[in-house]
Ligand binder design. Structure first.
Ligand SMILES: CC(C)(COP(=O)(O)OP(=O)(O)OC[C@H]1O[C@@H](n2cnc3c(N)ncnc32)[C@H](O)[C@@H]1OP(=O)(O)O)[C@@H](O)C(=O)NCCC(=O)NCCS
Length: 167
């Protein structure tokens, strides 16, 4: 399994995977049926939507996990500047792993790689979008040293105590 930079050629595979993950979460929390949602609404969801995908690819901080030539995981991130009194912050927008490949350390490796890249680009802080009721995501972030509370963001100070380097 390889973690590599996301490329434009990944659009279809990553779009399908991100929508699968969004649908999974949606069906846990909403009463509406996914099939009943307007197509325009579904098209607007996620960082892989046609308006955002290129932006995240060009940022150079988005990655896919590839197994036998197939993208089985994705992470979307970008650098943000001059926010919260910080010059360079890495913002993690979304991530997901194909259900068949979960609990194999793929998300851990993708997030770790993304943080390393952010650090290389000068980030001193990482903010990652989370849902406080999403236990797998919360546990993943905590394992990498993020601070989480009731906010929909997990916080990692790259100048603070070092996150654990191995699983
Ligand atoms: C959250 C998600 C990305 C984790 O991906 P993954 O590749 O299965 O995670 P990893 O195997 O790297 O797990 C790393 C750590 O996260 C935590 N974790 C992951 N899945 C977990 C689960 N189902 N229950 C509890 N902890 C979990 C554990 O601490 C795990 O370490 P361990 O296996 O040594 O106990 C995956 O479950 C997913 O795609 N979910 C749907 C989309 C989503 O919720 N995205 C998160 C948006 S922030």
């Amino acid at each position: 399994m390889e973690i590599r930079h996301m490329e434009m050629k990944d659009l279809k595979a990553v779009r399908d995977l991100e929508l699968l993950c969004i649908r999974e979460y949606f069906e846990k929390i909403m009463e509406n049926k996914w099939e009943d949602l307007p197509k325009e609404f579904i098209d607007s969801l996620g960082a892989s939507n046609p308006r955002s995908f290129r932006h995240y690819v060009e940022e150079g901080t988005s990655f896919v996990a590839e197994e036998d030539g197939i993208a089985v995981g994705f992470i979307f991130a970008k650098m943000v500047h001059h926010i919260y009194n910080v010059e360079n912050m890495l913002w993690v927008e979304n991530m997901g792993v194909d259900p068949y490949y979960r609990r194999l350390g793929i998300a851990y490796r993708m997030l770790q790689r993304c943080i390393e890249e952010g650090k290389r680009l000068g980030a001193t802080v990482v903010h990652s979008a989370i849902q406080p009721d999403n236990l797998p995501s919360l546990m993943l972030h905590r394992k990498l040293g993020f601070f989480t509370d009731s906010r929909e963001v997990a916080l990692l100070d790259l100048e603070g105590p070092k996150p654990s380097a191995s699983r």
